[in-house]
Design a protein. Sequence first.
Length: 132
Amino acid sequence: MEHIKEFSQNDRFAKELGIELLEVSKGYAKAKMDINDFHMNSVNTVHGGAIFSLADFTFAIASNTHGNISVALNVSISFLKAVFQGTLFAEAREISINPKIGTYEIRISNEQDDLIATFQGMAYRKEKTWKQ
């Protein structure tokens, strides 16, 4: 999984948002983001783009754990609850994989484990691996 650690550290946008990888294994990733003032939108809730970025980062990590370079084909998000402060967690789980496509469900929650958003992602798995 060394390539995944390097992959996550090279994500400059996630780093700017304060996203931190907590756990990773084959087809799975968990990350967190502590909410700061710059995450807020004009109605003083966490910006949907920040929540999306946390989910997307976690999806990218989980989909790249098999050694093949994987990129998003399609994603969707449903926002379920507003967030004003605290820490958000995203947990990505692989639900289907074949040689070309991987499908993932990502759950975004707060510190009380309230469901904040759900994210579904489909990744294209390239033939090229991280080791090439």
